[in-house]
Write a protein that binds this ligand. Structure first.
Ligand code: ASP
Length: 434
C-alpha cells in the first residue's frame, strides 16, 4: 500500500494509545466542566455531539458478528476436537472461579467502606420495579443450539453463533482429511479463505480504531457532563468501593493467576490496554470484542484457535467487573435503607451475583437489571415507592460511571483467562511477553 502522505500525517503517524488517552482525558475535563454548567448547556452539547460517539460504537458493532464467525470457524478448523474440549473446560472453570472471587472482593470493600451507611432512605422516590425473569437452565442450554444460524447471525446472538461456528470449523477439518483429493483440496481452500476473511476483519478493526480518539472524546465528555458531579455526592463511597474492588481484583486475582503461570501483569496490561480503554468508553464487552480479539492475538500471543473461542464466550458469560458491582451495590442498598446485609445474605449474594454476572449481556447497563435479581434473592424487593426502589434509583443515576469501570474489568478478565489457558496448553507465543 502507498505511504500516507498528507495533512493528517501528524494524526495517523502518532501513537494510537497516546491519542486515545488524550481523547479520554480531554473528554473527562470538558465533560466535568460542562456538568457544572446549567442543564440546558449539557442538553445542547449532548444533542449536538452524540453522533460522534455513537458512530464509533456502531463501527465496532458492525464487525462483531463477522469477526466471531470467521475467526471461530478458522480457529476450530485448526484445533483437534479433544483439545477444544480441554480448552473449554479450563476456561469455563477459570471464568466461574474468578467471578466468585470478584463478588467476594466487592463485598469485602463494601464492608470496609460501608457505602450508604447512615443514609436512612425511606420510600418516596418512586421507580417502577422490574423483576428480571430468569429463564430455566434447560431453556438456556437449548437456546445455545440455533434452529437457524442465519437468524442468530442476524440477531447477533453470540452463544448460538459460537456453537454453529465451532461445528462448522470442526467439520472443515474432517473434510480436509477426506479420501477424495479434490474435495480435500477444496476444504483446505475454504479454510484458507475463511482465515483470510478473519484477517481482513482484524485489518478493519485497526482502521476503525484510528477513529477511536475522537469517538472516545465525545463518549466520555457526554458521560461526565451528565453524571460526573452527581457521583461526588453521597454516592462517592459506592463509586470508590466499586473502583477499589476493580483495581484489587486486577492486581490480586489476575496478577496472581498470571504469576502462577509465569506471566507478568504489567506486560499483560501493556498488551491489553487498547481493549481495556475501548471497553471503558463503549461500556460494552460485546462491542469491544473485535478489539479484544485483535490485541489478544497480536499483542498477547494467544493463538487464534484458542482466543477465537474463549473471548466470545468470555464476552458473553464472564463479567468479573459486573460481579464486583453487584456485590457493592447490594451492600449499599442494604446500608442505605437501614438493613445492613447479614453474613447469610452476603453468602447468598456471592452465589446469585456470580450467576447473575454470567447471565448479564455484554451491553451498556445490563448489570443494573441483574442487580434486581440479586436484590430479590436477599429479600430486598424493588417495589414502586419503596425505600429499596429509591436507593436503587440512586445507583441507576450513576450507572454509566460504574459501567465504564466494570466493563473494562470484564474484558480484562477474558483476556487474562485466554492467555492463561493458552499458556497451560503450551500454545502461548511467549516471545510477545519478553
Ligand atoms: N456493560 C457491561 C458489559 O458489557 C455489562 C454490565 O452492565 O455490567 O460488560
Amino acid at each position: 500500500m502507498s505511504e500516507n502522505k498528507g495533512m493528517l500525517d501528524w494524526y495517523f503517524k502518532s501513537n494510537l494509545l497516546s491519542r486515545i488517552l488524550i481523547g479520554l482525558i480531554a473528554g473527562a475535563v470538558v465533560g466535568i466542566a460542562l456538568g457544572y454548567g446549567d442543564p440546558g448547556t449539557v442538553k445542547g452539547f449532548v444533542d449536538n455531539t452524540k453522533f460522534f460517539g455513537d458512530i464509533f460504537i456502531r463501527l465496532l458493532k458492525m464487525i462483531v458478528v463477522p469477526v466471531i464467525l470467521f475467526s471461530l470457524i478458522a480457529g476450530a478448523a485448526s484445533i483437534a476436537p479433544s483439545r477444544l474440549g480441554r480448552v473449554g473446560v479450563k476456561i469455563v472453570l477459570y471464568y466461574l472461579l474468578t467471578s466468585a472471587v470478584a463478588v467476594t472482593i466487592g463485598l469485602v470493600f463494601a464492608n470496609i467502606l460501608q457505602p450508604g451507611d447512615g443514609m436512612n432512605i425511606v420510600g418516596n422516590e418512586a421507580i417502577k420495579g422490574k423483576v428480571a425473569e430468569s429463564p430455566t437452565i434447560v431453556t438456556i442450554l437449548l437456546n445455545i443450539v440455533p434452529t437457524n444460524p442465519a437468524e442468530s447471525l442476524a440477531k447477533g446472538d453470540v452463544l448460538p453463533i459460537i456453537f454453529f461456528s465451532v461445528l462448522f470449523g470442526l467439520a472443515i477439518s474432517y473434510v480436509k482429511d477426506a479420501k477424495d483429493a479434490a474435495l480435500a483440496k477444496h476444504a483446505e481452500n475454504l479454510f484458507q479463505l475463511i482465515n483470510a476473511a478473519a484477517e481482513t476483519m482484524y485489518r478493519l478493526v485497526r482502521g476503525i480504531m484510528q477513529y477511536a480518539p475522537i469517538g472516545v472524546f465525545f463518549l466520555i465528555a457526554i458521560v461526565f457532563a451528565q453524571q460526573g458531579p452527581k457521583a461526588l455526592g453521597p454516592l462517592l463511597m459506592v463509586t470508590l468501593a466499586v473502583y477499589l474492588g476493580l483495581v484489587a481484583h486486577l492486581f490480586l486475582c489476575y496478577g496472581g493467576f498470571l504469576a502462577v503461570f509465569n506471566l507478568g501483569l504489567f506486560r499483560f496490561l501493556k498488551g491489553a490496554n487498547e481493549a481495556m480503554i475501548t471497553a471503558f468508553v463503549t461500556r460494552s464487552s460485546s462491542g469491544t470484542l473485535p478489539v479484544t480479539m485483535r490485541v489478544s492475538e497480536e499483542n498477547l500471543g494467544v493463538p487464534r484457535n484458542i482466543s477465537s473461542f474463549t473471548l466470545p464466550l468470555g464476552a458473553t458469560i464472564n463479567m468479573d467487573g459486573t460481579a464486583i458491582y453487584l456485590g457493592v451495590c447490594a451492600m449499599f442498598i442494604g446500608y442505605a435503607t437501614g438493613h445492613p446485609l447479614t453474613i447469610d445474605q452476603q453468602l447468598t449474594v456471592v452465589i446469585t451475583a456470580t450467576l447473575a454476572s454470567i447471565g448479564t449481556a455484554g451491553v451498556p447497563g445490563a448489570g443494573a437489571i441483574m442487580l434486581l435479581m440479586v436484590l430479590e434473592s436477599i429479600g430486598l424487593k424493588v417495589e414502586t415507592g419503596s425505600a429499596v426502589a429509591a436507593a436503587y434509583a440512586m445507583i441507576l443515576g450513576i450507572d454509566a460511571l460504574l459501567d465504564m469501570g466494570r466493563t473494562s474489568l470484564n474484558v480484562t478478565g477474558d483476556m487474562a483467562g485466554s492467555a492463561i489457558v493458552a499458556k497451560a496448553e503450551k500454545e502461548l507465543d511467549v516471545e510477545k511477553w519478553a
